[in-house]
Structures are given as structure tokens and as C-alpha cells.
Design a protein. Structure first.
Length: 486
């Protein structure tokens, strides 16, 4: 008997057909991937299999139990990590774990052996609130919560989105240990190295299964989607001599803890500058100081000519910012969002109308001008958010993990927008956990334990550390971290 049986499942939301006659099976103890572009129907499939959503047609069974008729039996046998962290941010690590254990009618003591290998890595921080944890620690806690009742089937819906490459590798090492214990794993992921960790995958596209096979077979068969051609990077493009960002001996301390510990660097006009580091290395804290959201403990910095200590309100008017948590208003239309942000930046109505038509044409959104942003696929939202962040032609745009959870083809389109902005003289300051994107940057800095451990072009860093690609460079440096704050 298979651990998961899906037969002719269909699901629609009004006029949108999320799933259409989907069928596949997963063997007991198998690591199976459900992959596909944004809006393919993956999350709907996960929710149906976890008995959280009713299908319109078809049947599905988990461990032999029908997901509609035998919900109670299904829920007692599955663990579920949704794409957005399912933790309670204002509860501690220990309180979250106890809550989930109680929810499943068990205790942490009863299930401890099943989570020991994972939970022991964060147990010493058990009194820390989940909201104060980094992505890597949240990931380990969420996985512990999903496993505390000793499920036989584990569902993981893009569990590593927003998590650095080293923490992602650690998670998949844990998953392979779970497989050895006979747990069946169904996972979705936009990362190709994670896809290759699966034994088989089903490619879901526009609600339909386009193919099932080994990762290599599916990635080869649908290479245009999963491995689009790289963007031609102008290695010797002209970058202006004037600095848009200048930082000297910048420090941000929280008590005795130095989140940013004496960093210095500069970024030139029109440069694409990659700001990398593992979760907890200090990237976001540094970015908050540069964007005027936080003031430094010591050191100096200037952004577009303004002092980050005293002129942070001026900085906010002359930069663009796109956070990793999507920043547009989902209950407003595409056009309403553009007009709102243009008004905040003080743009004139005639200029807004002209530029809006131009942006919608560039994004091929002309027919979606009046669509609610909440109805758009994630990749579309990200491209729109970026276009809105540079709508007022800022001197520099800060992008904090802008492509998290986005499929490879859409990420490529996003980077074409970045290149276009850089060609127009806008400086791009970007953080990312996709190391193929690091290769697209003009220069890269890599933070470890609050300090900049490396700074240079991708080629310079690969040569300096004798590594074949940026993924290996990042892993080599990040594994040298010593502080345990994550």
C-alpha cells in the first residue's frame, strides 16, 4: 500500500481552476517532490492531503485513510510545515513545542526521541520567543513541532524559503535521517539542489500534472522552466565613480551583542551590490541602518549624500525599498497601489499616469491594471513590488531577499528588471539566498558574525577562496561562524 494516493483531484476557487484531474502516488518511506511555478496548485494539494481543504472532485488517501471521510485519522498521522512559518511568534520555543504536542494529545517527553536530533540544536534557547529567532532556528522549531506527535507522513510546503544555503543543507540532512526512520516525505521547493534530494518528483503546472519521474528526468524535460538560460552579465560595464553609499566602522549593538560589528564599505552609482550572509549574520540590521529605519550605535554612514544618523528622513525620500515580506496592499488594485506609492513620494499626477502606462507595458500588466494585487501569483507580485519601489527613480534601491520562494523562470525575469534599473543609473543593494543570483552582482560582500568576511567581484571571491562557484564560497565562509545567536 502506498503512503499517499491521489486520484483525479480537482479544486477551483470561483473561475480559477487550481487543480485539474491530478493523480499521483507516493510509496511508504519515499521522499517525493511536488514542484512547479508559482500558482501551479501545490499549496492547494498540500492542504487537501492534510484534510484542511475539501476537493471538488476525486479522492485522496494518506496511510490508507480517506482525507475527506476520515479526517481525524489522517490528522493524527501527518506532520505539516506550511510555506509561511506556522509558529506563534509571541510564544517561546518551549511553549510552541508544548502547544503542538498538546494539540495532538501527546507530550514533549513522549515524543522527545523522535525530535531529539533536531530539537537539541535549539533547546538551549528554549526560553527565547519564536519572533526573535532567525530563519534557520524557526525552521528547526517548526520541524520539531510537526514531528512531536511522531507522524508517519510529513508534508513540507517550501519549508526553506528565506533560509540561507547552509541552513537549507542542514534541513535536508535532517530530512534524510527521517527517511531512514521510515517517514514518508512530500515536499515542494523552488531550489533545484533540493529538488535533486527527492527520489521522484511530480511537475505541477496550471493545476495539471505535466510529468512524474526522477528529478534529473523532469528537470531535463522541462529545462525551459526550471533551468532557463542565464542572463548575460556585463562584467566590464561602466559604473560611475561617485559613491552612493559610504560606510565606515559601523556598529549596532543590542546590549552586549553586536549584531553589526565594525563594518566599512562603499557602493558606486549604478552598481549591483550583493549583501550576503547566513541568517543572523547582521545583514538586515545593517540594511535597516542604511535605510533610516534604525540608528547606529557608533560609526558613520552616508546614503545618497545624507547622513544615516541625522538625515534619515531625507534618506527615506531618496531611496526605494522592497522587503522580503511583500510590501504592497493586497486589497488594492495594481493601479491603486502604484498611485498610492507615487503619491507618498510626491510625484505629480501627469507624471504618474505617464510612468504607470510605461511600467504596466514593461511588465505586460496592461490587462491586469484593475486586478486586486492579492489575486496575483507571487512572482507577479514581486515584479510589481520592485517596479513600485523604483517608480520615483531613487538613487538607490534596497532589496531584502526579493525573490524568496519564486520559481527560476520568474526569478530570471526579475533580474532583467534589476539590470534595466542599474543601466538607468539606479544603484541596487540586494540580499539573496540564491547563490546563482550572487553571480549576477557586480560586487559582493559576505557577512559572518556581524563582520564583513569577504568583499569583491564573484570571480575574485571564487579565486581567493579556491572554490568553483558562489555557493561553495558562501558555505565555506558561513561555516566559520562562531556566535550561537543564529
Amino acid at each position: 500500500m502506498n503512503a499517499i494516493e491521489v486520484k483525479n483531484i480537482s479544486k477551483s476557487y470561483g473561475r480559477v481552476q487550481a487543480l485539474s484531474d491530478v493523480s499521483f502516488s507516493v510509496g511508504k518511506g519515499e521522499v517525493f517532490g511536488l514542484i512547479g511555478p508559482d500558482g501551479a496548485g501545490k499549496t492547494s494539494m498540500f492542504r487537501i492531503l492534510c484534510s484542511l481543504l475539501l476537493p471538488d472532485a476525486g479522492t485522496a488517501a494518506v496511510d490508507g485513510y480517506d482525507v475527506v471521510k476520515q479526517m481525524r485519522e489522517v490528522r493524527s498521522r501527518v506532520g505539516y510545515m506550511p510555506g509561511k512559518f506556522s509558529l506563534y511568534q509571541d510564544l517561546t520555543i518551549e511553549e510552541n513545542l508544548n502547544f503542538f504536542a498538546t494539540l495532538f494529545g501527546t507530550t514533549v517527553d513522549e515524543g522527545y526521541d523522535s525530535i531529539k536530533a533536531i530539537y537539541s540544536q535549539i533547546e538551549r534557547f528554549k526560553d527565547r520567543k519564536a519572533g526573535a529567532l532567525s530563519g534557520g532556528m524557526k525552521q528547526k522549531l517548526a520541524l520539531s513541532c510537526a514531528l512531536v506527535h511522531q507522524p508517519s507522513v510529513l508534508f513540507l510546503d517550501e519549508p526553506t524559503t528565506g533560509v540561507d544555503p547552509v541552513s537549507r543543507k542542514e534541513l535536508w540532512e535532517m530530512l534524510l535521517l527521517l527517511k531512514e526512520r521510515g517517514i514518508t516525505i512530500l515536499a515542494s521547493t523552488p531550489y533545484l539542489d533540493e529538488v535533486r534530494c527527492c527520489e521522484r518528483v511530480a511537475f505541477l503546472d496550471q493545476g495539471k500534472v505535466r510529468g512524474i519521474g526522477t528529478p534529473d528526468d523532469i528537470l531535463t524535460q522541462f529545462a525551459s522552466i526550471f533551468n532557463p538560460p542565464g542572463i548575460e552579465h556585463e562584467k566590464d560595464k561602466e559604473v560611475k565613480d561617485d559613491n552612493v553609499i559610504e560606510v565606515e566602522h559601523l556598529v549596532k549593538a543590542f546590549g552586549d551583542f553586536h549584531a553589526v560589528d565594525d563594518i566599512s564599505f562603499s557602493v558606486k552609482r549604478g552598481e549591483i551590490f550583493g549583501f550576503l550572509g547566513a541568517n543572523g549574520a547582521g545583514k538586515t540590521t545593517a540594511m535597516h541602518m542604511l535605510t533610516g529605519l534604525n540608528q547606529p550605535t557608533s560609526g558613520t554612514g552616508r546614503v545618497v549624500g545624507f547622513d544615516i544618523r541625522t538625515e534619515y528622513e531625507q534618506i527615506k525620500k531618496h531611496i526605494g525599498y522592497m522587503s522580503q515580506r511583500f510590501s504592497l496592499y493586497e486589497d488594492l488594485t495594481v493601479a491603486e497601489n502604484i498611485r498610492l506609492f507615487a503619491g507618498i513620494y510626491g510625484m505629480k499626477p501627469d507624471e504618474v499616469k505617464r510612468k504607470m502606462d510605461e511600467v504596466l507595458r514593461q511588465l505586460k500588466f496592461e490587462d491586469h491594471r484593475d486586478d486586486l494585487v492579492g489575486s496575483l501569483p507571487l512572482g507577479w507580485k514581486q515584479k510589481l513590488a520592485f517596479s513600485v519601489s523604483i517608480f520615483h527613480d531613487p538613487g538607490v534601491v534596497f532589496l531584502d531577499e526579493p525573490t524568496g520562494g519564486v520559481d527560476p523562470a520568474t526569478r530570471r525575469q526579475f533580474w532583467e528588471l534589476i539590470y534595466d534599473a542599474a543601466h538607468r543609473g539606479i544603484t541596487v543593494f540586494v540580499t539573496t539566498h540564491y547563490m546563482d543570483e550572487a553571480e549576477y552582482c557586480d560586487r559582493i560582500s559576505i557577512m559572518v558574525d556581524g563582520k564583513i568576511s569577504a568583499l569583491g567581484t564573484p570571480d575574485e571571491l571564487k579565486q581567493r577562496f579556491h572554490q568553483p562557484d558562489m555557493d561553495h564560497v558562501f558555505t565555506y565562509l558561513a561555516r566559520q561562524a562562531t556566535r550561537s545567536s543564529d
